[in-house]
Ligand binder design. Structure first.
Ligand SMILES: [Zn+2]
Ligand SMILES: [Zn+2]
Length: 466
């Protein structure tokens, strides 16, 4: 078996791993690169393999950095099935349709700037083709035959709804090679999704390390911090902007707000807006998969109690709805995308509020290098919004205990659930995060570790089994 790294190698985004087993080639994830460079340019670089040669694609979860380049495979002749959990399939449809819209806008913008036509990376038609390829639904724990002597099993990764770690096994006579792709891993100890549940052993583990060198503050502390920010901002008469990721964080925060609302936490007259059509659509998907949740939400959904909606919450679907939020004169909480301020409706709210020292911007998720979100978190005093240099007056804070990503402690706990593999391959992390994690891995007895370069291939030696 041979594995090659065509994305998320020494960086976080663009997950894309090629597995060659005998004559068959499989791809695990085909995500978008997100960062400083021009989106279309960076993502239209050669994939590093021919999609026509792929037998199947296995998808860990619906985040754009894992599914965002799937339509390019179809455009370049991939004919096989895409294998994913049903929840991942449903969420991927939402994420890719949104991506196609953003890419179309981006292409228009480039055309306007350069004066000549620039085709978008892919279109809605390509997204529909992609969605038709989701032919094999995966259930956690079920063995899926990929080819003669090769099979795959999906395991709950606890990161977002439907998220999976995927183990691929190749057998040949008396020997066997088992490789596990962690996918993105969730943190444990939350009353939302179930905790990650990896298989007992693998020969090789390819592991994400987004927060490999850091620990989050606890979830309880983080919810306390969020309450404080809201109370203080409302006391000043300001608004709270929360850039959210449409999948997962939004629903988790709505669930929390609904609880706080019933406890009388929010002052009279205050409003909460969910200004994201994509988040509204994905909330609907969440409600279809009760079994994925931890006990509390599962029970609510089973009893047909809606865990995400309440009177104080306004859903704003159309852009007119979105503009109407501006008429509000304070004491509002606005949840909108994008989570890293790389576009989306939050940009308009930010443009309006950036001068307002009474308002706050509260980040609840990872901010990738090169994004406006990261600039602000790193303390920039002036930033560019819609091409204009603007001074930053609104108050900024980062609460990382809501992260959908495991921190160093969670990652080590995940490792402890398995026997020690022959080799650990670290991916999906910035350099210092991976180096930080490499240093602590001996704590769990993992000693053979490598950090592959982009496009590097590693040949795995099979294990003899009796
Ligand atoms: Zn993810
Ligand atoms: Zn990711």
């Amino acid at each position: 078996m041979r594995v090659s790294f065509h994305g998320a190698a020494r960086r976080v985004t663009g997950s894309c791993y090629l597995v060659e087993a005998g004559r068959n080639k499989f791809l695990v994830d085909c995500g978008m690169f997100q960062g400083k460079d021009d989106m279309t340019q960076e993502n239209s670089r050669p994939l590093g393999f021919d999609p026509k040669d792929l037998t199947a694609v296995l998808l860990t979860h619906a985040h754009l950095d894992h599914c965002g380049r799937l339509p390019l495979l179809l455009k370049q002749g991939f004919k096989g099935p895409i294998i994913a959990t049903p929840a991942t399939r449903d969420l991927t449809a939402i994420v890719l349709m949104d991506a196609a819209h953003i890419l179309a806008e981006h292409a228009e913008h480039l055309e306007w700037r350069s004066g000549h036509a620039v085709p978008p990376l892919y279109s809605l038609v390509d997204v529909f083709d992609t969605m038709r390829s989701f032919q094999i639904p995966a259930q956690y724990g079920e063995v899926i035959s990929l080819a003669r002597d090769v099979d795959a099993v999906f395991h709950d990764a606890g990161h977002i709804l439907g998220s999976s770690s995927i183990q691929i096994t190749e057998r040949s006579g008396q020997s066997r090679t088992r490789i596990l792709f962690s996918g993105d891993l969730g943190s444990s100890g939350r009353s939302f999704l179930k905790s990650p549940d990896p298989p007992a052993d693998s020969d090789v583990v390819v592991m994400e390390t987004t927060y490999g060198n850091r620990n989050h503050r606890s979830y309880v502390e983080s919810t306390g911090e969020l309450r404080e920010h809201i109370t203080e901002t409302f006391r000043r008469g300001g608004n709270v902007l929360i850039p959210t990721f449409a999948l997962e964080r939004t629903q988790e925060i709505l669930f929390l707000f609904k609880k706080w609302d019933s406890e009388g936490f929010f002052p009279q007259g205050s409003r909460i807006y969910l200004d994201s059509p994509m988040a509204i659509r994905s909330t609907d998907v969440f409600e279809r998969y009760a079994e994925a949740f931890d006990t509390e939400i599962r029970e609510l959904l089973k009893n047909r109690v809606d865990p995400f909606h309440f009177d104080r919450l306004t859903l704003s679907r159309s852009s007119d709805d979105s503009r109407r939020i501006n008429e509000n004169k304070g004491r509002s909480i606005i949840l909108a995308g994008s989570g890293m301020l790389s576009g989306g409706r939050m940009m308009y709210h930010l443009e309006r509020e950036i001068d307002n020292a009474n308002s706050s911007l509260v980040f609840v998720g990872y901010q990738s290098e090169g994004t406006l979100g990261r600039e602000l978190v790193d303390g920039a005093r002036t930033v560019k919004i819609f091409g204009q240099e603007r001074e930053v007056h609104l108050r900024m804070s980062m609460i990382n205990g809501f992260s959908a990503h495991a921190d160093q402690r969670d990652l080590l706990d995940w490792c402890r659930k398995m026997s020690v593999p022959n080799l650990a391959i670290l991916v999906h992390g910035e350099e210092r995060s991976m180096e930080g994690f490499r240093k602590v891995l001996p704590k769990v007895g993992w000693s053979r570790v490598t950090l592959p370069e982009m496009n590097e291939s590693i040949t795995l030696s099979p294990t003899y089994v009796e």
